[in-house]
Design a protein. Sequence first.
Length: 163
Amino acid sequence: MALSILGLGLAILNSAITRFAIVLRDRARLDIKESDNVILAHSFQQLMGKVLGDVLIAALASGLSVIIGVILVVCPRWLRGNRNLPIYYGAVQLILSLFILVTGAYLADHVYGFQSSFAEFQGDDHIPYYPIMYYGGIGEAVYGALMILIGAGSFVMFLKFGN
């Protein structure tokens, strides 16, 4: 249940990053038409498009992980009734965790070099776009790695002690 709550928090973070990417992408589009630095505005717009696609995948994976966890908490008899269900659950969680790990690392890696661009396109907002996206990506990657370790440990324990 605790992992489902953390997954819900991750899904909320991803939805916020999605919104921020849309806002910043639209500001970069406006700057392409008005700015003398068209190359920077165009590359920042492309970056935000990539971030948007990446974060949507991560939000889908973390949301699916939360849904599966809530279903198993609400209907625990499914775990008792089907001997192979924990193996399937672990495999699905492993795949979703890999998606979350990769998308978080991708987000942090691609946003890393653009701190000055974030400051330029931030405008008068008091929202720290760069730290939210960069450290959010790092946190997402760490969460995915921990989920993989927990899933692998649970799988090993199930194989060793589960009958």
